[in-house]
Design a protein around this ligand. Structure first.
Ligand code: FMN
Length: 248
């Protein structure tokens, strides 16, 4: 007999939920997380805190339990200045590809905090760690990269809970980053992060504040059954009713 998919169970099992305050705290971290680049404070980041953030990252899900990540901690200011120079060079290369009417705004945006943050962190993906046993990656080899991004998100959310800011710098030439950090060929640098205590967490994304973009309405992103499928009116209504505090 073929396996069947059971529809949602009729009895609801809430006893595995977090209690109210803990659940609120999870959403608080999710909604209060920000990409930080302007508000780093000069104080150092304690190793005990960084250790907790790395431990959170290391508990991310990973394809085939591959755990493909490594964490390069970058403290040396001379190296960080070279990284910032790489950012400036990459930004100049990116600029001509930005729509002409947005280039002036792009130039004004602060898009990194490499030297102002307490520490930099490069989270990498070792693409060979599955040792020729690509459970879950034979059809989709990029799943190891996705797993590493899960580690980044764990780190980012835990950081918010600890009052630590994180800014992701992706405007960098990958080959130059690999040279500077001596990353071998089979390892991909996935995220270059600026990490440190902050003076504030903004309520809204900086790019929203500066008029670069705004959050897309979630109901318009929900599809039914197939790509572009309309429907799910009740779910979309529920989305609009949930989290009143998010409504501006
Ligand atoms: C993969 C990735 C790369 C990003 N690269 C940059 C970057 O190079 N510079 C920057 O200022 N922000 C970067 N960001 C942050 C986004 O701009 C930010 O997440 C978005 O504007 C929403 O703001 P929020 O994270 O504060 O909610 C990146 C975010 C992601 C997920």
């Amino acid at each position: 007999m073929p396996a069947t998919c059971h529809p949602a169970q009729t009895h609801q099992n809430h006893d595995k939920s977090f209690e109210h305050t803990a659940r609120e705290a999870v959403y608080h971290a999710i909604f209060g997380r920000r990409d930080v680049r302007s508000h780093f404070s000069p104080e150092p980041l304690e190793d005990a805190v960084l250790a907790r953030l790395l431990t959170a990252a290391h508990h991310a899900p990973s394809v085939g339990y591959m755990q493909p990540w490594n964490f390069i901690v970058i403290r040396d200011m001379a190296r960080r200045e070279r990284m910032r120079d790489l950012f400036f060079a990459a930004r100049e290369q990116e600029l001509p590809n930005i729509a002409a009417e947005r280039q002036a705004l792009y130039r004004k945006l602060k898009l990194e905090g490499i030297c102002e943050s307490a520490v930099n962190l490069c989270i990498t993906c070792d693409r060979s760690r599955a040792q020729n046993s690509p459970l879950g990656r034979w059809h989709n080899p990029q799943m190891d990269l996705y797993s590493t991004v899960c580690a980044v998100q764990n780190f980012w959310l835990a950081a918010r809970a600890e009052g630590v800011g994180v800014g992701w710098v992706s405007i960098l030439d990958e080959r130059a980053v690999k040279r500077e950090l001596e990353i071998p060929a089979h390892v991909a640098p996935v995220a270059y992060l600026c990490v440190g205590r902050v003076s504030q967490f903004a309520n809204r994304p900086d790019l929203e504040e500066k008029g670069w973009g705004s959050r897309l309405p979630l109901p318009g992103l929900i599809m039914s059954e197939t790509f572009g499928g309309s429907g799910e009116a009740a779910l979309k209504d529920a989305v609009l009713r949930g989290f009143p505090s998010l409504r501006s």
